[in-house]
Structures are given as C-alpha cells and as structure tokens.
Design a protein around this ligand. Sequence first.
Ligand code: GLN
Length: 279
Amino acid sequence: MKKKFALALAAFMMMGTLAACGSTNTNENAGSAADGTSTTSAVDAIKEKGEIVMLTNAAFPPFEYLADDGSVQGVDVEIAQAVADKLGVELKIVDMDFDPIVNSLKAGKGDFAAAGMTITEERLKQVDFSDEYVTSSQVVVVRADSKLEGDKAAIDAALSGKNIAVQTGTTGDWYAAGEEETGSTIKDANVLQYKSATEAALYLINGKADAVIIDQKPAEAIVATNEGKLKILDTKLTDEEYAFAIQKGQDDLKAVINEVIAEYKGDKVDELITKHMGA
Ligand code: GLN
C-alpha cells in the first residue's frame, strides 16, 4: 500500500518536472503556449500597469510593521522595493489580515505576497513560492515568571490542554492545533486565534493565555516592547523558510524576484533584520 503510494507520487513528481519544462519554453516564445492558447507575461502586465502590488500583514516586525508616519516598513518592504526598482515600477502595498493573503493572491488581488510567509505543503497547493530568504522557527512566548522548560516533546506535552494564543492562519496556529505537517505533538489545546501576534501577546500578559506560539524574530520584537513581562523559551518547535508567494505559473515574475532574493540573502537580509529590529 505504502509502496504503491510512493510510486504514484514519483510519477506525479515527474509530471511536474515535465510541466515545468513546458512552461519555460512558453516563456521563451513570449505570448503563445505550445497548445496555441495565448499566454500573458506577468512581468509585461506589471510594467504596463506601472505598479506591482504586494500583499502583507503589517503587524509582523521586523519583516513588516506600521511606522509612526503610518507607512508600512520592514525587511520584506525593502526587498519588495528592490523588485519594483528592477522592474522600473511603483511598489503598492496592501495591508490586510494574514489569514486571507494566500486566497487574495490566488484571486489576483496582488502580484505577490511578502509577509514572513513560511513555505508549506498546504500553501504550495494554492500558490508558488520564490527561493527562500530567511530561516525561522516557531517559538513559545510565556510570562517572565513561567517555569516552563524542556525539549520539544516536554514543551508539547506541557502545552497540551492549555490556552495557546496565536495569529490566525499561521504555522504557529497550526502547531498549536497539533497539525501533523508541523511536527507538533500538542494535544487538545484551546487555541485562541487573534489577528496579529501583538494582539495574541496581550492575552498572554493579561493571563487569558498560557503561551503564545509565533515566529522567532517577531517574538523577540514583542518581548522587547513588553519589557520584563515576557520571555521566549530556548526550545525551538520548528524549522521554517520564508519566501515570497506568487500566483501559480508566473515563472517570469518568480525569476525576477529570485534574482533580487539572491542579492539579499545572507548578509544583506541580516543587516535589514538588525536595522528593523531597532526601529
Ligand atoms: N511564518 C508564519 C507563517 O507563514 C507567520 C507569518 C505571519 O504571521 N506574517 O504562517
């Protein structure tokens, strides 16, 4: 049974490879696919519009946050600006809740999503991802006086049945819910879903939640702004990679984004993280 599945999967993956070759050819013959139907280049359409639209949730410092002047700033914004500059167009940012971003992108409400978004199997069914530019983890934030400690298995066991605050639709949300894909072994937690990690942290401070599960850097930013009240446990729950999401099949746009990401990945991204952690 298992073997049969593995074979089917291998065949499916091979089909994917063949399809990928096909779409490369399509791009070379700009405008018409092998079967004669007309295709539009995502990059041409963006240049024609004169703007590229980024979908994000500006409550995820240092990757995106609202500055004092009300503008959206952060690591993702700087990388996105470099993509816009490369294409010679304006960058337009749409700030929305995190949860519906993938669906909105799929529906064409933006050209790409840059939101500290983790590459997951679930999301790959809906959209494509660029190359990754940041590695991250889910971590546990607790009140400063908490005695909670131990390895991942011990933390998962301790959090089972507890009140865990998360940001809706994030990998932290899925981890708290004990979803298998995340590697979580948490059972029957009462998952309290909030629109932002900042809001989730408030419920931890006021005692309604026992823990918050969120991404490493936003956790650090939140702990720093709530001086002395919260702390992050050393144990990391997951290993994740952030990438920009784009609509399926827009390989020309993906290539431009990947060129920019290749320039930024490593030192430049690290510098941006330091710069925006301080902001
Ligand atoms: N990295 C997490 C995810 O992709 C959280 C992202 C976010 O809240 N902006 O689900």
